[in-house]
Ligand binder design. Structure first.
Ligand code: 5GP
Ligand code: ZN
Length: 114
């Protein structure tokens, strides 16, 4: 737990979130600012700032959960596509400095990717 990290506070339940998936290593929840319906963030429970600071063991567990969570989103939201992305450092769009993977379901023309 890193003290000023909002994602650590979300894992801890100190900040509420809409849980999508949880196990001993990983937590997934809906992004507060949904790019599309079902936009989800997948994070390791162990605080790590970005991909550069992440042990391969933590990365392995994190990325290993993505197919399962992607399939759950596919079933729930029935998108026609999915973006999986990860921003590292501010110039690349990172705004929260706890490693996270965005899962962004796509629905076609209505979200600009028709
Ligand atoms: P980044 O820009 O770092 O790749 O993504 C950070 C994401 O975290 C943003 O999409 C932002 O909407 C989301 N976010 C920031 N604060 C909160 C929060 O308190 N709760 C939730 N659910 N998402 C958040
Ligand atoms: Zn953190």
């Amino acid at each position: 737990m890193s003290q000023d990290c909002i994602f650590c506070k979300i894992i801890d339940g100190e900040i509420p979130s809409a849980k999508v998936y949880e196990d001993e290593d990983v937590y997934a929840f809906l992004d507060i600012s949904q790019v599309t319906k079902g936009h989800t963030l997948v994070i390791p429970k162990q605080h790590t700032q970005d991909i550069y600071h992440t042990d391969s063991d933590v990365a392995e567990k994190l990325f290993a959960r993505v197919p399962k969570i992607a399939n759950a989103l596919k079933e729930t939201y029935e998108p026609i596509g999915l973006n999986v992305l990860n921003n590292n450092e501010e110039p690349a769009g990172q705004s929260v400095f706890h490693l996270h993977i965005h899962l962004i379901p796509r629905y076609g023309k209505q979200d600009g990717f028709g």
